[in-house]
Write a protein that binds this ligand. Structure first.
Ligand code: ADP
Ligand code: MG
Length: 480
């Protein structure tokens, strides 16, 4: 039976193509088109989406191709059909309009083909059944970044728990915490850890099926399936994996049907004792626009947060990045400078180091602190902006246990004046504000008062180890 698909797949019109024959030259041209497609796309893509297709009819102006399911036909239409027509023209000289039909019989031959060539041998029995005529779940998978491995992940205080949990899950075939929920701000290594887990599992146990997708992909695929009334195969694909990783679930917000499906998929996998790994930029309870029952379920397993990096971790990451680069000599003081000043996230930190290295490479100059400050002006300013003088004042007041109003007052008692000087000193060190700007923020003082404060603290740090330590502690707190 062959159905002709029209009007976005809603109306189905039967057309008869049985008994049509395809010329040998067309058959050969089609094989060459397939060969080109195979070269262009990954094996997984080719096997899932293109291989099951069949050329039904070829005329000078039209190319009719059959797909085994509606779901597939739609995916192929939006992703590969244009390419097919292009290659067809290259091979035959005919400019054609390519179109797809759904041929349910193909599903049968696809299945038979699978068992004959033995591909199904690695699949579980139930999977083989459910995958008839539908693409493998892997076709949805986001690509894994080869650089994101456990080896390249630097562990520090802020990510220790998340790292340990990820290692545990990746290193065990039995379900550990379900789900493992990783959360933290942008650029702090969530995706890196998930890819690292996927790599390790794939390497240690190649027959386990690991699926990594972004919540966005999950959502788009589901909406597509809904539209083409093919939710069955969608469900089966996600439910037949051993380890499902969904990245950035904060994006699931608000789409009711998708949330519902996510919840069912989630429950089905947990019930079948499959491992789930979820990431988000905030904790389950802080997710907005997500149903309560889902939030609560997300928190059932282990919730591991990744905190903002501290100086030591940033320095360690820079060193490790540098080790992986060839022929770049970056002095320690530059690494130190970067680790102190680029505090927002690891992605920016890496970007900064890359920029400095690229600049040195292109100009043939040695990397110096001056050069680094010059190249990274904009980035440093952006990072500084995040630490305001007010914030410094607040922390210093808290640290020395004085009230903020006192810190900004004219009182000269040492117990107040010293913290005030420390706050001025730190404002000079940690922000790009000018001396007069700093003076104004401290109750409208003159810039010479600020200079005096900075000098005084510099002197005291040399001789007063307690104060020196206080300043260092504060710096650490403020730099996160
Ligand atoms: P997120 O998904 O949390 O936004 P990513 O995992 O994409 O962040 O990390 C951003 C960049 O920082 C990546 O290049 C990643 O390799 C790097 N990175 C983050 N944390 C670490 C770490 N602890 N060690 C090494 N690289 C890291
Ligand atoms: Mg990410």
């Amino acid at each position: 039976m062959v159905e002709k698909q029209t009007g976005g797949g809603k109306q189905q019109k039967q057309i008869k193509v049985q008994g049509e024959t395809l010329g040998a030259d067309h058959h050969e041209a089609w094989q060459r088109v397939l060969e080109k497609l195979r070269q262009e796309y990954s094996d997984a893509t080719f096997d899932s989406w293109i291989k099951p297709l069949q050329l039904v009819r070829a005329e000078q102006s039209t190319l009719l191709i059959a797909a085994p399911t509606r779901f597939m036909s739609d995916w192929v239409r939006t992703h590969y059909l244009g390419r097919m027509a292009e290659y067809w023209r290259e091979e035959t000289g005919d400019t054609v309009t390519a179109d797809l039909i759904v041929d349910l019989d193909l599903a049968g031959s696809h299945r038979r083909g699978k068992s004959i060539n033995g591909q199904a041998a690695t699949d579980r029995e139930e999977d083989t059944e459910s995958q008839i005529g539908t693409p493998a779940a892997e076709a949805f998978a986001g690509p894994l970044d080869p650089r994101f491995t456990f080896e390249s992940f630097v562990v520090g205080n802020s990510n220790e728990l998340a790292h340990a949990a990820a290692r545990r899950v990746a290193g065990n075939e039995t379900v550990q915490f379900n789900p493992l929920f990783l959360y933290g701000g942008v650029g702090l290594g969530k995706t890196h850890l998930m890819h690292a887990m996927a790599w390790q599992i794939k390497q240690a146990t190649p027959d386990r099926r690991v699926l990594y997708v972004s919540a966005e992909t999950f959502m788009n695929q589901f909406i597509r399936a809904l539209r083409f009334k093919d939710t069955m195969s969608f469900k089966e694909q996600f439910r037949s994996v051993d380890v499902l990783m969904i990245d950035d679930v904060q994006f699931l917000t608000g789409k009711d049907a998708t949330q519902e499906e996510f919840f069912h998929t989630f429950n089905a996998l947990v019930d079948h004792n499959r491992q789930l790994v979820i990431s988000a930029d905030r904790s389950p309870s802080d997710l907005e626009g997500i149903e309560e029952r889902i939030k609560s379920r997300l928190g059932w397993g282990l919730v591991a947060d990744i905190h903002p990096t501290d100086y030591e971790l940033r320095f360690g990451i820079l060193q490790s990045k540098l080790d992986q680069m060839d022929n770049v000599d970056v002095p320690g003081e530059v690494l130190e400078f970067l680790a102190r000043r680029i505090t927002s996230n690891v992605r920016e930190l890496e970007g900064a180091l890359n920029r400095v290295a690229a600049y040195a490479d292109l100009t043939g100059r040695q990397v110096t602190l001056d050069m680094t400050q010059e190249i990274l002006q904009d980035l440093i300013r952006a990072n500084d902006r995040r630490l305001s003088i007010t914030e410094i004042q607040r922390h210093v007041a808290e640290y020395f246990n004085v009230r903020l109003a006192e810190l900004l007052s004219a009182r000269r008692a040492v117990s107040i004046a010293r913290p005030r000087q420390v706050a001025m000193y730190l404002s000079k060190q940690l922000t790009s504000a000018s001396l007069p700007q700093i003076g104004r923020k401290f109750g409208g003082r003159d810039h010479t008062t600020v200079i005096h404060a900075v000098r005084r603290i510099e002197e005291l740090r040399e001789i007063d180890s307690v104060l020196d330590e206080d300043v260092e502690n504060l710096r650490r707190i403020l730099e996160g």
